[in-house]
Design a protein around this ligand. Sequence first.
Ligand SMILES: Nc1ncnc2c1ncn2[C@@H]1O[C@H](COP(=O)(O)OP(=O)(O)O)[C@@H](O)[C@H]1O
Ligand SMILES: N[C@@H](CCOP(=O)(O)O)C(=O)O
Length: 339
Amino acid sequence: MAVFTEVSPAQAQALLDHLQLGTLSSLRGIGAGIENTNYFVDCTQSDGHNGGHLHRYVLTLFERLTAAQLPFYLRLMQHLAQRGVPVPEPHADASGQILFEVAGKPAAIVDRLHGGHQLAPDAFHCEQVGATLAQMHLAGRDYPLQQPNLRGLAWWEEVVPQILPFLDAPQADLLQSELAYQQQLAASAGYAELTARCFGPIHADLFRDNVMFEPGEGPGRERLTGFFDFYFAGCDTWLFDLAVCLNDWCIDLADGRLIEERAAVFVAAYESVRPLSGTEHRLLPALLRAAALRFWVSRLYDLHLPRDASLLKAHDPRHFERVLRERIAQPWHAMKETT
Ligand SMILES: Nc1ncnc2c1ncn2[C@@H]1O[C@H](COP(=O)(O)OP(=O)(O)O)[C@@H](O)[C@H]1O
Ligand SMILES: N[C@@H](CCOP(=O)(O)O)C(=O)O
């Protein structure tokens, strides 16, 4: 069940009319979401010939985020799309508004990306995600809105004490010691350099299920069509975003081990667009630990302290416990480009 709020064709058409997007031809609820209500919306726009062109959009009704919280995310998508980053662009009305109300919920219409997820990525997929991630970071540098990463250190400090009673002793030790390690890191001169120079809007949740690919030329040459689901975005170090990606795109999901060849390709592609500084190279192992901790904490929190009437289906926290233990036991440095 992922359509939490029903939208009628008349309600969808009213929004399409307001945005001058054409005539509704199909409205289908999307089953995959766990957080918002999403519909695929197809419509035709008359060009005076052949019955018009088909345009494909996604209508999202926000079930958790409020109208006050949404501009940071939606304006970021608009900002990035207008700078050529492949992300769904929210459609604006004649006055420039991009946030509307449908069936009593805040709502937006964005472009539909072509293709589907690649849940078993190879080096070619990682190369494309790495390069596009760096492109996105650079394009976000002049984004004017500010919001911290709401799943960053301050949030870990707030929720770790609430989670600890649910853990066994080795888990509690690991959680506390890793939090202390990350607090020290955040207070270090190297980290201050990252926040001063290598910082901006990040996606912060760019897992395999938040990127689309479509078939390309030749077998195994799928082409990236875009990043989506920006609703954990915030301002943080670019290196944290890279670490989140490496911990999902470049690991063996069975045991959390980093697949070093794939990670090296990912980082090299990223650096082909934005080279990492010496400090970023030095701190990558620590940020890989931070990125593992972030999702271990959120998964523990969602499992043990679900929000009232939560729509979330909790993911398995043990996966990111394994990833964290791996990153501590086997720190990984990307080779620094020397050319
Ligand atoms: N802009 C988009 N283009 C194409 N498909 C999309 C787009 N946005 C969402 N989807 C589809 O809807 C599904 C659910 O979206 P998602 O953002 O993950 O929902 P939720 O936030 O509820 O988890 C995705 O897996 C994807 O198939
Ligand atoms: N990627 C996170 C969960 C975030 O949910 P999403 O489906 O909205 O991306 C995790 O794996 O814990």
